[in-house]
Ligand binder design. Sequence first.
Ligand SMILES: *Cc1c(COP(=O)(O)O)cnc(C)c1O
Length: 380
Amino acid sequence: MRFSTRAIHAGQDPDPATGSVTVPVYLTSTYQQPEPGKEGKYVYSRTANPTRTALEECLASLEEGRYGLAFSSGMAATTTILLSLKKGDHVVAGDDIYGGTYRLFEQVLRNYGLQFTYVNPENPENVERAVRKNTRLIWIETPTNPLMRIVDIRQISKISKKAHALLVADNTFMSPYLQNPLAHGADIVVHSTTKYLGGHSDLIGGATITKDEDVESRLKYLQNAVGAIPGPLDCYLVLRGIKTLAVRMERHNENARTISEFLSKQPKVEKVNYPGLPDHPQRGIIKRQMRGNGGMLSFQLKGSFNQCKKLLNSLRIFTVAESLGGVESLIEHPASMTHASVPRERRTKLGISDDLIRVSVGIEDVEDLVQDLNRGFKAI
Ligand SMILES: *Cc1c(COP(=O)(O)O)cnc(C)c1O
């Protein structure tokens, strides 16, 4: 079956008990057992719940994996992966990974004796040089946030295999509709289902997907042992969102392309970061590993923080908010919002300047979005 069909049907056969076409929300913590000492398919909902199983099977299918696990947030999924490491293990990570992931690594997991090195993975040699004897994980995101840099999954996977380390790819920005990192050599895909998979800005959730049986058994053990699981209602909402993922992503793609072209022509814009721009320096890698360019972009204004504020405040359709991937368009100022906790010096080094604006392009009528941005530019 092809993607759009799997999004609607994988893991979602009509309910065996009732024939319900939609996967029911199984609001139960525990299950009747056939007899003492003999377990049924479900025992206790931290371990497994039928609504969650449906979501996990669907996610595995969409990411071209064999096993999916759902978590209560993207960070819960990330934490669970990291808990498979031991004191003294080393992780190589991209230097502009999601801020919450960086915070977890530096402020929480370092205290438990894990070691982290951050490099720019746009150049795979940087990753290769950072690998040590005790490197167990390589952690990448592509495209990166908010500068939309592209990381070559296949090149990095060659390095991780040589190092006997697992390659984890955070695929939140692309969604499985536009990119399948497992098909390019990643060992684990992680998602914040809060974003495109959920798609309606109405839930917090996360997921891991893998093809590897050993990796799966370790993660599944930890999912149950640690317990950072989503409730059945949240699983239902993600499944509901996934049913329209393909059509939503098509529109996100189209709208973001139109807006990136509009921004490129603006005299007040210094630079637009969007994988779909024809002069993107990493076109070759984009073509190889992505099936579209997604709905995320950022641009640098020729101006100050004050002008950014003025622009954002004068918009009526774009909502000034963090997060991304919902049907509605969001706009934000990374230096004072999503990336405010990154020290200025580090921000400057990464290229996240005070005049950078990030946009999550929604699926509204693009003419209205362009008109709204036009209003913003006239105001500065
Ligand atoms: C939002 C996000 C996360 C964290 O997910 P939560 O659901 O907020 O815990 C991780 N990675 C990326 C790329 C994200 O955008």
